[in-house]
Design a protein around this ligand. Structure first.
Ligand SMILES: [Zn+2]
Length: 653
């Protein structure tokens, strides 16, 4: 069944569109299926919040695009083709900014062509929500600079705008409106994570994301579906859902803390959800949360290995290669699981991570621990959709390419698990440092934290402990280490394909990976840059030197976090992580394009449908795979307007 499955569905510019499968769902008990169903609807209900957070015109732009795509009659074929290309990218990236590079991409049409297409769609019956008395032409006039002009609001998140420029002013997201970073110097936010901050004649106002506040309509729907889920949840999960509802009602930080704690305490439920304002990568200050919704169930078989890591978290903590004052004396409740994702929306999809570790609140992590998951079906879909040429093109030797083929999937899943379970969960702040690290490190925090987690994984990967725990086969250990180290250094080159403009890297995970490899090149003999036939290769030549260097760098990165040493963090990333040689990037892009290799992936999620009996009771929840981005995205957008889109009327069942 799995062999003739379609993973790679289509290519849109440098993006791949891949179908995600969730095989175990059909055999879950009915109660868990019904629970998943309600959480699924809750996850879809918040999707538009994220579009709005990305840019204040994001939803209006999407409405125009979807009107045209669904009403193509009478529109010039070339124009329509271009609108479709752009719309697909827009859906994959939840708005007009590339998810990886943070830069805007544009529609390659003239304003008149766009006006004509929108007018034709309206003539064919498309409904466009316009401002009062606004003509189609005026609407397009208002949106045109965002659609067509790359120089208007060019970057969604700009953490390093250059000397004398303001990180908030230079970032086009909608987490702030009219606010400069300097406004914040004498202002204490009460709703740091969950508000939009606006400046009204110099007076700062927090528009709180809660019922009765900003995103009232979406949050009410989320809460409605969460309430529907309650009767089907385990008691510890029901506690967490009730706490989440309370937080959505009040928006108060104390309720967010209560929710985080209740969520971490629920370690047993086979089904889980992440729903809310979670990750802070979009905010250049690293404070405001982007909305996301994830629903998943546990993959028992793959969870065994990860739990072996988690159960031994203290063993690893005691051997961290950093100063003893940063070691946690008792690592609390690190849990880790492999999960199968059913849906990811908002900040978490269609472009998704392969591992998640939450909550982000450092104080809660230190006291209550954290939950770590690796997204097993996402990793599998990545692996199954990666073209063979990707491994071969950037490998120095045939052996390297063969190792990558044999062990790449395994090594990367293991490294991801270690990153999440013993990486993010580890370490503590220096005695006497009471401010949380994200406040001390500001725009450098996320990159430092990602570097720390990666380095923990890289440092312990060769450790015999992994064999002892039964996670790694002894006779292949060396090969697995080589595979991962080789992949890691190759990636520093290959990832440059994602940043097709400019000469600096914005995304935190990319910065950290660039930094680590460049630091190793400068300070160890582990990595060599070589040339062959005009092509550049990064070659991992000494695994022992690699590990030693990773340990040395990890000690420094932990010190930076633990002391909140912003100057050192800035220096580290400015020297090794942010800037790159555009000529090298151009070479990589040319090689990748010659082979038609994708730069990033957007996933089409599984689709759920509830089946009910005469009385309206759900008797089954069926899973299917749309295998089409457009179908799914239009359905999601329709669901934002009408609740019944995903449930056919009784007669149709
Ligand atoms: Zn991470």
């Amino acid at each position: 069944m799995t062999s003739d499955r379609r993973y790679l569905l289509e290519r849109v510019d440098d993006a791949a569109v891949v179908q995600l499968y969730a095989d175990g769902f059909a055999s879950l008990p009915l109660r868990e299926k019904v629970l998943t169903w309600h959480l699924y609807l809750a996850a879809l209900s918040g999707r538009d919040i994220y579009y709005d957070q990305r840019h204040e015109l994001g939803l209006e732009m999407r409405a125009v695009l979807e009107a045209i795509v669904t009403h193509p009659e009478g529109i010039d074929g070339k124009v329509l083709q271009e609108v479709r290309r752009y719309t697909k990218l827009f859906w994959i990236n939840s708005g007009p900014y590339n998810n990886v590079t943070a830069r805007k991409f544009v529609l390659r049409l003239t304003k008149q062509e766009l006006v004509d297409a929108a007018a034709a769609a309206v003539r064919s019956g498309a409904e466009l929500s316009r401002r009062r008395n606004e003509s189609v032409e005026q609407l397009i006039d208002r949106l045109a600079p965002m659609f067509l002009d790359a120089s208007v609001d060019p970057t969604v998140t700009n953490k390093t705008p250059g000397q004398g420029r303001d990180i908030l002013k230079e970032s086009a997201n909608n987490l702030y409106s009219g606010v400069n970073a300097s406004h914040l110097e004498h202002f204490t936010e009460r709703y740091g994570l969950n508000s939009r901050l606006t400046a009204d004649n110099g007076r700062l106002v927090e528009e709180v994301y809660r019922i009765g506040g900003r995103y009232d309509r979406e949050i009410r729907r989320i809460v409605g579906h969460l309430r529907d889920a309650l009767p089907f949840a385990t008691s510890s999960m029901a506690d967490a859902i009730r706490a989440l509802i309370r937080f959505y009602e009040t928006g108060e930080d104390a309720d967010r803390v209560a929710y985080d704690i209740a969520w971490v305490r629920d370690q047993e439920s086979p089904v889980d959800t992440i729903n809310g304002f979670i990750e802070v990568y979009m905010d250049p200050r690293g404070v405001k949360g982007a909305w996301e919704g994830i629903v998943s169930y546990v993959n028992e078989a793959k969870t065994k290995d990860i739990q072996a890591l988690a159960a031994n978290a203290q063993w690893f903590e005691d051997r961290m290669p950093w100063d003893a004052r940063f070691r946690k004396p008792d690592v609390a409740g690190v849990t880790a699981r492999a999960i199968e994702v059913v849906v990811e929306t908002g900040d978490s999809g269609p472009v998704t991570a392969v591992g998640i570790n939450l909550p982000n609140d450092q104080a809660i992590r230190e006291k209550y621990g954290s939950k770590s998951v690796s997204l097993a079906n996402v990793s599998e879909a990545y692996e199954r959709s990666t073209p063979e040429a990707m491994r071969v093109e950037f490998s120095w030797s045939r052996e390297e390419a063969e190792r990558a083929k044999a062990w790449g999937g395994f090594a990367q899943e293991l490294t991801t698990a270690m990153h999440e379970v013993i990486g993010h969960g580890s370490g503590r702040m220096a005695p006497g440092v009471t401010e949380p690290p994200h406040r001390l490190l500001g725009e450098q925090y996320s990159s430092i934290e990602e570097a720390r987690a990666d380095l923990v994984a890289l440092y312990f990967l060769p450790d015999a402990k992994l064999v002892e725990l039964g996670i790694v086969p002894a006779d292949s250990h060396e090969q697995i280490v080589a595979t991962e180290y080789e992949y890691y250094v190759r990636n520093a080159l290959v990832q440059l394909r994602r940043v097709r403009e400019g000469t600096q890297i914005e995304e935190d995970h990319m910065r950290n990976r660039q930094m680590i490899v460049n630091w190793l090149r400068a300070h160890t003999s582990a990595v060599e840059a070589r040339q062959r036939d005009g092509n550049t290769y990064y070659v991992m030549v000494d695994a022992a030197a690699f590990r030693e260097g990773a340990g040395r760098l990890l000690a420094e990165v932990q010190r930076i976090k633990g002391e909140g040493d912003l100057a050192a963090a800035r220096d580290l990333f400015e020297t090794y992580g942010v800037h790159f040689d555009p000529a090298l990037r151009d070479e990589i892009v040319a090689r990748v394009d010659r082979l038609k290799l994708p730069s990033y992936t957007g996933f089409v999620m599984p689709r759920l449908a509830a089946r009910r009996d005469e009385s309206g009771t759900i008797v089954d929840v069926e899973i299917s795979y749309p295998c089409d981005l457009e179908t799914q995205m239009l359905e999601y957008s329709a669901f934002a307007r009408r609740d019944d889109v995903l449930e056919p009327p009784t007669a149709a069942r």
